[in-house]
Each structure stands twice: as C-alpha cells, then as structure tokens.
Design a protein around this ligand. Structure first.
Ligand SMILES: Nc1ncnc2c1ncn2[C@@H]1O[C@H](COP(=O)(O)OP(=O)(O)OP(=O)(O)O)[C@@H](O)[C@H]1O
Ligand SMILES: O=C(CO)[C@H](O)[C@H](O)COP(=O)(O)O
Length: 398
C-alpha cells in the first residue's frame, strides 16, 4: 500500500536541496510525496484556478522548433528572452505570456555519459521522464520548480534555474509526447514532421554554412540518429493534435534541390478547444491553384489542397500548400479563402507573416501553417481561460 507523507514547501525544499531541485509555492498549497513511488514523485494540490496551459512541440533537432517558437511568441506580442541574470547558456525563453522550456534539460546523461554508455540523446535511457513529469505537472498546477539545464556548449548538466508558472508553458524538444504521463498533461500538441530529404537540405544549410561542419560529418550524424529517431521520436506524431508535414515538392518532377516544399497541415478532429481551419468549404475535397490575377507565381507555381482524411486511425482535416509565394503581401488573397483561422482581424495571418518575413520558411507553407497554429494556440488559451471564469458563475447560479 502506498504510504503518503504530507509535506510543506519548506520540508520539500530540504529533501530536494540535496538533489539541487527546489519546489516553490506561489500560493498556499500542500504537496504529498508517495513513498511507494520514489523520491521524485511529488503531487501538489492546486491552490487556485489560475493553472498554466501546457503545449507540447515535438521534432528532431534542426527541424524548425525555435523558428516556430518565435512565431508563436510573436502572436502573443512581446519578445521572448532567456531568464534575466541567469545562466547565459540557458535553453529557456520567457515572454509576458509564454515560457518555452527545452526538454534537452531533462537529459539524465551528459555528453560524456552518453558516449560511455553508447546511447544517443534520443534514447529514453538518456532522459529523466520522472522528473520531466513531476516538474511539468507542478508548473501546470501553479508551482515554480528548479529545472535542470543541459548546457549545449559544454555538454554538461549545469545547476538548475527557477521556472515560475506562466500563462502558457511550451515544452519543446525530442520527447514531449513520449511518456504517457507527460502527454496527458498537454492541452495541445504539435509534431513537426520533416521528411529525410528536407531535413538533410536544412542541416546542410545550417551546419555547413553557419557552423562549418563537413558534408560527410552531417551525413554521418543524420545516419547515426536514424534508428533512435525512428524508434522513439517519429512515433510521437500519432499522438499530436496537429502535424506539420514537410515534403519535397510535387510541382517539379524529380526535384532534389529541396528548396520548393510541399507542406501539409494535418489537424485532428474532436480536440477540445481546437477546430481545424478549412479552405472554401468545410468537409469538401478541393484542389486550388490560386496563381493568376490576384497572386503572382513564378515557376513552379502554387497548388493548395484541402480535404478530410484519416491519420493513424484518427479523423483529420488536411490543408496542403505546394510551392512558394513570390510576394508576401499578396498572401491576403489566400488568407481570405481560408476559414476558421481564429484571427482577431481580417489579414492577421498576412500581417504576422510580413512581420517575420526574414524567418526561414516565410515564403512557403511552413511559415503559413506555423503562424496559423500560433493563432489557434492563442484561441485555445483564451477558451480555456474563459471556461475557468464562467464555470464558478454557472455553479453559483445553480
Ligand atoms: N521552414 C523552414 N524553411 C527552411 N529552412 C528552415 C525552416 N525551418 C528551419 N529551417 C532551417 O533549419 C535550421 C534550424 O531551425 P531551428 O533552429 O528553428 O530548428 P530547431 O529544431 O530549433 O533546431 P535545434 O533543435 O537544433 O536547436 C535553420 O537555421 C534553417 O536553416
Ligand atoms: O538532439 C538533440 C536535441 O537538441 C541534441 O543532439 C541533444 O540535446 C544533445 O546535444 P549536444 O549534441 O549539444 O550534446
């Protein structure tokens, strides 16, 4: 039988100080530690209703998570910055509304440790899912935590940093949907599914041009990660509420340049506080070539597709864009044919895209769909907030 001990925040702190993990309380609350489940398993009662909305973003390294995060933070306004006065190598980004934590911080093995044990960072054995679960749960319930830091410069685990509960917590990285306990804490989840060909092209662009790596070493690193990527990262997409799939274009026969992309936004039906966008007419299957009088298109043009489908046994709506925009200001023409965008005013998607026209993917479906998912997350957050405000009022009336 599980033996539960009631702890105050002070007594928890004394337990965790030895392990460099300290729990803070933002309101009066009690935490329980169950002795049958090990020292890391702490549950705190929610002291108020101001719980944090938790979003999961999964993708392999170098697949556009940071770019997506910049677009998302921008939808809420304000810039995201690392914690003030903290570790300069912190992976965390904080803005007024959102805190983005990188799940690399839950690596239980540092670079040397992984080498000695012969495991990659993608392997669950190199990650502490118990701590990830406990800390995400604590933040969701309004409790600040001391989260470890994985230092990508040194390859070491640095002393922890304080993470206070934000309005929206984004957990981004390799495994946000891997552990069922963490997955259950997510209010919304996204998977960035970049095909091998495109991933390779992006890696070359970044690691060769910006980081001075050789073509051979990039190839070797992709190959070395492949088995663990397929075993532990890729399967998470079946759990995602939205998947952004990035594939080579079909508009250029046998294209191997990887510059023109076919991007699919796959949106699950029946997700609470989320309803898919659609093109022209909800539920119908449509192919649309918008190029002509209102949209300038050079070779190979632009082709949209919209329709219902199934994805890992779930009903989904898919919107696809193949090709790229020549003139971003003309995106308003496409935006005006998309419905259920959750924008606050006509043209908001175009405005966001123009604002960040220098971000990678701004001229194609990656930027467009990332921006739309950003608006959808804002809408989901506002709906959750409204449900908390109206729930007690209704109860009081009954
Ligand atoms: N939509 C895009 N179109 C073209 N290139 C892109 C796009 N998104 C990302 N890239 C390329 O991939 C690189 C990595 O992007 P980003 O830093 O957003 O990925 P990440 O998943 O956060 O990477 P890491 O996990 O390694 O920090 C960029 O520098 C850019 O070269
Ligand atoms: O897959 C990764 C996620 O970003 C990294 O490779 C992993 O975190 C290990 O980092 P590093 O290569 O800096 O030791």
């Amino acid at each position: 039988m599980a033996v539960s001990t009631v702890h105050t925040i002070q007594s928890l702190n004394s337990i965790f100080r030895q392990k460099q993990v300290v729990f803070h309380s933002t309101s009066k609350r009690t935490c329980r530690r169950s002795s049958s489940r090990g020292p890391w398993v702490i549950s705190c009662s929610a002291g108020d209703k101001s719980q944090t909305v938790v979003i999961g973003l999964a993708a392999d390294s170098g697949c556009g998570k940071s770019t997506f995060m910049r677009r998302l933070t921008s939808v809420f306004g304000g810039a995201a910055e690392p914690p003030k006065g903290g570790n300069p190598d912190s992976n965390t980004l904080i803005s007024d509304t959102t805190t983005v934590i990188c799940l690399d911080d839950y690596h239980s093995l540092d670079r040397k440790g992984r080498k000695e044990k012969g495991v990659t960072a993608l392997d669950p054995r190199a990650n502490d899912f118990d701590l990830m679960y406990e800390q995400v749960k604590a933040i969701k319930q309004g409790t600040a935590v001391e989260k470890p830091i994985y230092n990508h410069v040194t390859g070491l685990l640095d002393p922890p940093e304080l993470i206070k509960p934000p309005k929206i917590l984004v957990i981004e990285g390799l495994h946000p949907m891997y552990d069922p306990r963490v997955r259950d804490l997510l209010d919304f989840s996204i998977y960035l599914d970049i095909s091998n060909e495109v991933k390779f092209a992006w890696k070359i662009q970044r690691d060769m041009a910006e980081r001075g790596h050789s073509l051979e070493s990039i190839k070797a690193s992709i190959e070395a990660r492949k088995p663990d990527f397929e075993a532990f990262i890729d399967p998470q997409k079946q759990h995602a509420d939205a998947v952004i799939e990035v594939l080579p274009t079909k508009l250029i026969p046998n294209d191997n340049e990887g510059k023109v992309l076919r991007v699919r936004l796959i949106m699950k039906e029946g997700v609470k506080y989320f309803s898919p966008i659609y093109l022209f007419d909800e539920g119908s299957t449509i192919t649309w070539i918008p190029c002509g009088r209102k949209l300038t298109c050079s070779y190979p043009g632009i082709k949209f597709f919209h329709g219902p489908d199934t994805y890992f046994g779930h009903e989904v709506t898919v919107v696809e864009m193949d090709g790229q925009f020549d003139r971003l200001d003309e995106l308003i023409y496409v935006e005006s044919h998309l419905s259920n965008l959750s924008s606050k005013f006509y043209g908001e998607v175009t405005q966001q895209m123009l604002k960040h026209s220098d971000f990678p993917g701004s001229n194609n479906g990656t930027g467009l769909f990332q921006t739309i998912i950003g608006l959808k997350i804002r809408d989901l957050y506002e709906q959750i907030l409204a449900s908390k405000v109206t729930a007690p009022t209704r109860a009081a009336r009954a």
